[in-house]
Design a protein around this ligand. Structure first.
Ligand code: COA
Length: 254
């Protein structure tokens, strides 16, 4: 079991639980998370969705082996289903991050409503370093949150972000000691169970409405580029280097 879903007192909790592979996300795991969010949407008693990882790791992002074997073919691919379910979730989404949040582990935060992280959290979007490109509207949402030049350091150079920097960049709400993050996120999630649900949903819809058309267009542009780039020799070199535990060599590419 790599994704554990529980629903208690109006809170649907999705736990990423594959610590032996640093919570790297496979096609099957994306599908499980997409299904869990869809079920939370349909279940009237659920007021809020909480996503968290393990005490030492949030997620190492896409499982690179699985990703090369099963590249997402189109928007029916589980990764798209998951991100669509998350991005268009009508109910609020709270995320708690301990340890590293790599790639889609950081991208998904941009689509959540509240994000709490540990002081040991480390965020990164190393898409360029992997021969790929930004995804799921990070090209829009990171510059919007943090300004273009800061976003360029993170998306063009793939520089990691500490918890403090992520707070400055406005992609997390608050930093807590590692042992307190999940409890705090649970408390914040529980607050939604005390609020009028239709009012929460409508306010969330209105807050997101202004960006929806542009976000959708950018996601489509990014998806086309990402799918093409996954098949390039640059990406193959980057992925092989990760598994061979060596530095990638991009010197032969023009
Ligand atoms: N895909 C597949 N396997 C992964 C993985 C990923 N994204 N991230 C980690 N793993 C696997 C490793 O291959 C290793 O497996 P093994 O024990 O069978 O050799 C195991 O998880 C532990 O990883 P390791 O790299 O030894 O842990 P670490 O604590 O030294 O480093 C990370 C943790 C997250 C910093 C590092 O694993 C990492 O950089 N992962 C890749 C991140 C990435 O590029 N993600 C894709 C973004 S699109």
């Amino acid at each position: 079991m790599t994704i554990r879903t529980t629903t208690v007192d109006g809170v649907c909790t999705i736990e990423i639980a594959r610590p032996e592979k640093k919570n790297a996300l496979t096609v099957a795991m994306y599908q499980q998370m997409a299904d869990a969010i869809a079920a939370a949407h349909d279940e009237g008693s659920v007021r809020v969705i909480l996503i968290h990882g393990q005490p030492e790791i949030f997620t190492a992002g896409n499982d690179l082996e699985d990703f090369m074997k099963n590249p997402p073919a189109d928007e029916k691919a589980p990764v798209f289903q998951f991100m669509a379910a998350l991005g268009y979730a009508e109910k609020p989404v709270v995320i708690a991050v301990n340890g590293a949040a790599v790639g889609i582990g950081t991208t998904m935060l941009l689509h959540a409503d509240l994000v709490y992280c540990a002081d040991n959290a480390m965020f990164s979007m190393p898409f360029v370093n992997l021969g790929l490109c930004s995804e799921f509207a990070s090209s829009l949402l990171v510059p919007l949150a943090a300004g273009y030049h800061k976003a360029a350091e993170k998306l063009l150079l793939g520089e990691p972000m500490s918890a403090e920097e992520a707070l400055e960049m406005k992609i997390v709400n608050r930093i807590l000691p590692p042992g307190e993050v999940l409890d705090y996120a649970k408390k914040q999630a529980a607050r939604f169970t005390q609020l009028p649900p239709a009012s929460v949903r409508e306010t969330k819809r209105l807050m997101k409405a202004g960006f929806r058309t542009i976000t959708e267009k950018i996601i489509q542009d990014e998806a086309k580029s990402f799918a093409r780039m996954l098949r390039t020799d640059e990406a193959k070199e980057a992925f092989s280097a990760f598994f061979e535990r060596r530095k990638p060599d991009f010197s032969r590419f023009a």
